[in-house]
Design a protein around this ligand. Sequence first.
Ligand code: BTN
Length: 262
Amino acid sequence: MDDATHDTARPLDVAAVEAAVASLALGHPLIYHQAITSTNTEAMTLARAGAAEGTLVTTDDQTAGRGRMGRAWMALPNEQLALSLLLYPSFPPHYLVMASALAVAEAIEAATELRPGIKWPNDVLVEGRKVCGILIETSAAIAVLGIGINVNGSLAGHPELAARAITLADALGHPVAREPLLIELLHRLDGLYATLQRGGEQARRQLREAWRARLVTLGQHVIVQQVGHALAGTATDVDESGALILRADDGTRQTINWGDVE
Ligand code: BTN
């Protein structure tokens, strides 16, 4: 780690974030832990105890971060963004998948000179490698939106991970201030979420189109991994609900609602 990167490895300036999101519906109360097992687990516990919509749980060190399909999510202490938002969406969950990936991609683009793409359904990529993972967990009316962004530091010491993931700092060649990125992200999520909660076909269509325009998966030959099952084919499009349309190698047309794309 070089000196410039090391300078950024300090705790998040929580007061600055709180002040900048005070007018939003999402982002407060802001519950910060220097270290915690998983912000998603904590947010779900708070939800079950009656916490308000918009509650944000964030940490500088996630000791048991969880990813999709039962995987672990590695922490970059004091260098990542790891956050969970408590939501009560009145719209179908696939719009939250699209809105969250789009908000992250747009926030990174606004805060840096990078132009991220989205790997279906909601991985955010820079230079073809993952900079952000999103884990949405639901229980009855509750939705916990968990977002992990590799901001600073380097994955060079983790060759297996570095083959498919990258930090923003490694992509840019310099560190990135985490607070402005988090503030930008919360503003974008707040706007998209409010629009979706109001309802309306046009807003949903616009969101889907903006998300679709960032999908790097379309036109690619892919392998879709599902638990205990894999399917190979060409990703041709997404349908109205965001499901992936695959022209499978056996010639059949498949609609994939969930899974991991390689
Ligand atoms: C994935 O790509 O597999 C999803 C990774 C999601 C990681 C974030 S970090 C904040 C939140 N808390 C968790 O335990 N996971 C999510």
